[in-house]
Design a protein around this ligand. Structure first.
Ligand SMILES: Nc1ncnc2c1ncn2[C@@H]1O[C@H](COP(=O)(O)OP(=O)(O)O)[C@@H](O)[C@H]1O
Length: 183
């Protein structure tokens, strides 16, 4: 299926996705600060909580069941003009036409386990996420949902990875802007 990114926008929409703990928010914050064009960091999980875009909350798993229709409605206006980083542990929900770049962060599972333990997640939630990272669930989801040329897999283990990843995305933003000049 061909990529369907909007040509009418002159600011991109970037998804940063990955298993919880891989570094999405850390990357999105740094990217928002270093981007040559305004990019608003939208932490989708926080948006779901703040706007009550969920059907229920599961105490055992410490997670929300998202109301996907309402979430999409809420996001539609936020992404309309571009200039957005969508930070979420899933990506298949976002329509192809919204998205210009999908960054999938990856992390060694032992390191990921340590990061999630620090969050005091319940053991079964740590195990589930660890397994998902090993099985590269989010990467497969991204590859199944978007054109291969817009999906980029990046390692996020140390601060050197963080810096080089953000520098790489900044170069991508610069190139994207050259290809989408203001009319
Ligand atoms: N590339 C990295 N280098 C060093 N620490 C990282 C890196 N990526 C994430 N971390 C650390 O891992 C933890 C989880 O990162 P976070 O950005 O909250 O993940 P996510 O948003 O994917 O759940 C944080 O303590 C963060 O500082």
């Amino acid at each position: 299926m061909a990529a369907a990114s909007s040509t009418s926008r002159n600011l991109p929409v970037i998804v940063i996705t990955g298993t919880p703990g891989t570094g999405k928010s850390t990357h999105a914050q740094l990217l928002a600060g270093e981007s040559p064009v305004p990019l608003k960091h939208i932490n989708v999980g926080e948006l779901v909580k703040e706007h009550h875009l969920y059907e229920n909350y599961d105490d055992d798993w410490q997670s929300y069941t998202v109301d996907e229709d309402r979430l999409l409605d809420e996001l539609e206006t936020l992404v309309a003009d571009g200039g957005v980083i969508l930070d979420w542990h899933s990506c298949e929900l976002f329509p192809e036409r919204w998205i210009d770049l999908v960054v999938v962060l990856r992390c060694d599972h032992t390191l990921l386990w340590e990061r999630l333990e620090k969050r005091n997640y319940p053991l079964k939630k740590i195990q589930e996420n660890n397994e998902a990272e090993i099985m590269q669930v989010v990467l497969e989801e991204a590859r199944d949902s978007y054109a291969p040329e817009i999906v980029v897999e990046l390692k996020s283990e140390g601060s050197d990875d963080l810096e080089s990843n953000v520098a790489r995305i900044v170069r991508w933003v610069e190139a994207w802007q050259r290809d989408h000049p203001s009319s």
